[in-house]
Every structure is written in C-alpha cells, then in structure tokens.
Design a protein around this ligand. Sequence first.
Ligand SMILES: *Cc1c(COP(=O)(O)O)cnc(C)c1O
Length: 422
Amino acid sequence: MTLPGAPFLARTGGELRLEGHPLADLARQFGTPLYVYSRAAMRAAAHAYQRALQGRPHLVCYAMKANSSLAVLQTFAQAGCGFDIVSGGELQRVLAATGDASRVVFSGVGKTRPEMRQALLAGVRCFNVESVGELERLNAEALALGRRAPVSLRVNPDVDAGTHPYISTGLKGNKFGIAHGEALAAYRLAAALPGLQVLGIDSHIGSQITQIEPFIDALDRLLDLVEAVEAAGIPLHHVDIGGGLGITYTDEQPPAADELVRRVLQRLDARGHGGRELLLEPGRSMVGNAGVLLTEVQYLKPGDAKNFCIVDAAMNDLMRPAMYEAWMAIEPCVQRAGPAPLWDVVGPVCESGDWLGRERALAVAPGDVLAVLSAGAYGMAMASNYNTRPRAAEVMVDGEAVYLIRARENAAALFSDERLIG
Ligand SMILES: *Cc1c(COP(=O)(O)O)cnc(C)c1O
C-alpha cells in the first residue's frame, strides 16, 4: 500500500518515518499530541505548481488558512509564493514570517474597516472583493488614506465542484462572491469609484476537488466575463482561479497540480488569453499530505457494541472528522504483531462527536503511538482550546534537521487574559 504523503512518508523496517525520521522517536522526544511536517513535501508541492507555470506570468498565493504556522509561511515565502489571506491577523502572520505584502491577495466576505486600512497601509497586491457593499466601503477607506485600493472581483461562477456542501463555495446558494449576472454592473461601479483600481477577476469554487472539469468550467465562466468587462472599456490584468485542489486521504485520485495547471493554461491559450497573468490560491494541496498528527494510546475499552481506543489527541486538535465526518488514515508508528480488531479511535473530550476514526483495524496497546495521516491542512489551523486543552506542539523536519516550530501551549497561559471579578 502506498501511504498518502509518500515518498516523504514511508514505512521502513516496520517504522513509520517522515523524511527518514522515525515518528515514534519524535513523539517520545516532543510529547503528544504532536503535529509533524515535512518541509521537503511542502517545497515539492509548491514547485509542482510553479514548474507548470514556468515561462508564464503567474503568482501562486498559498491560502494560508490551511496551515498558518510561521515556519510554514516562511517555507512558502522562500519558495517564491505569495499568500491568500482572509483576515488582518493572517496579514500580520505573513509579515512576521518574512512574507511580502505586495504578493498578498486579501479574500473573504466580511472584511472590516480596520482590516482594510491595515491591508492598504501594508500595500497588499489585491483585494478580492465579494460584494457591492464591500466595494463602496473599500473605496471610502482608500480615499480617506489618500490611496487607491487594487481590486479584483470574486465572482460566483455557479459551478458545482462536486465536493462536501460545507466546502463547496461556487454555487448560487453560497455566501461567497458576486453573482455572475451582477458582475458586469459591479465592475462598472468599481471602475467609476476614484478610490479603486480594477486589476483582475477571481473565483474560488470549493475545496477537496478531485476533478479538473469544475476548474475549467469556472475558468470559462470567468473568461466570458473578462471579455464582457473589457468590451465595456475596463481592462483586466489577471485571472485568479482560486484554490481547491484535493489530496489523497483514502482512495481519492485528484489530478496532480501540474496537470491541473497544464489544462488551465491550455484553456487560456485556446480562448486567446494566454498572455494574461494567472493567479492560484492553493491551500490544502500545498500542505495536506506534508503533515501527520501523532497521538499516544491511553486506554483500550473493548465493549459489546463497540471497541474504543482512547488516545490523547481530540477533536480540539483535529476537527475534520467531527466537523465533516472526514475519513483520515490512522497508522501505528511501530507495527505490532497480533490480532487487529476494529476500534473507534476517540479522544478525551466530553462530546460523542469526539472521534478521529471509526472501525479501524488496528493491533494496538496502551502507550503505542498512532499517526493520523494527511493532517497538514486544516488540522492545527482549526485547533481550539475546548476543554482547556493546550494546543499541540508542531515539529518541522527538513532533511537531517528537526525543528520545534511551535512549543506546546500551557494551561495557565490559556486563561492569562481572563479576570476574576469583585
Ligand atoms: C480556503 C480558500 C482557498 C484554499 O482552498 P484549498 O481547498 O485549501 O485549496 C483559496 N481561496 C480562498 C478564497 C479560500 O477561501
């Protein structure tokens, strides 16, 4: 069986290793729960996009909400990526990680005035504007600062990405973007507002997409608009097709990033838009298979109806199973002989929804370390402190080197901003 995360993740001599480092050893050294990432895997993911875009005007903006740890951002900044942000906090992180604001695109349906001012002063490359109300607010904020805000309109192309309803964003019923039919009028307004400078067009149709066709459909819808907008005398510089490319969690076979890019470029060429700058906003596909979550088995609780394997990681550390019923592979770090009955792998949080995997055949004993695979995206980034659980530590391996990139939180720090009364 090939592991998701191969070739950086591999089992040799019965031991699960990331870039050659035995994961059980890292768990012993740094404690659990522990996120471990492969820097080489992240670089390879970025290069797959960039290789296919070579010779074309382009910018790969890593959608940092997938994993916003500073060392991850630094890795992508060094690899030549820009960033797709969705909050002022994310902009602060980019700058703290040596990223460059002029390579940042700012997405999101609910940008506040302070966030707009912060991004204008930092000099972001583009605001991906999602409503007419936002255009007007941004115009006012830019004029008040004596600037022009660079904008791209996020258009809802109304295509079905064929993914989970919570992570599908390009259909009419979603809160995201400006309806395709209203976009031309919105462009006319944007071009007339003195505080705005129209730069491009943008869409993002969903996440964990495993086919190329929805991207091409969305691109076609965007290009129809580009042609209409330019015919109305408003030149557009770039086309941003968003992110959303899926990864392998179990048996999905998403296209490789370079295959997706090749098809997108072909379509741009075929429609006479080959010279246009192409922006992408990949998140999950840049980091998802680069990381694992390590957790130690605490108790085994066999029962009549179900067997429970209780581990020290929980829904607060990794929300995807509880939130989307997502299936993520669970592998013992060191293989053990003996029977492998079916276990529900659950955490200690006081919720029945607190599970990481159901009915997994595992030969385990208390003290064993398990790895939840493909946990590099929307893992740590969505972690919370529910049940006053300090968030996990994070480690990055890079060839021979092992770096602790985030120390484990401690409980006292979690409530240090709180006050007793009276
Ligand atoms: C979340 C998001 C992305 C990245 O999506 P992935 O599925 O992680 O690639 C890109 N653009 C926008 C606007 C997003 O909200």
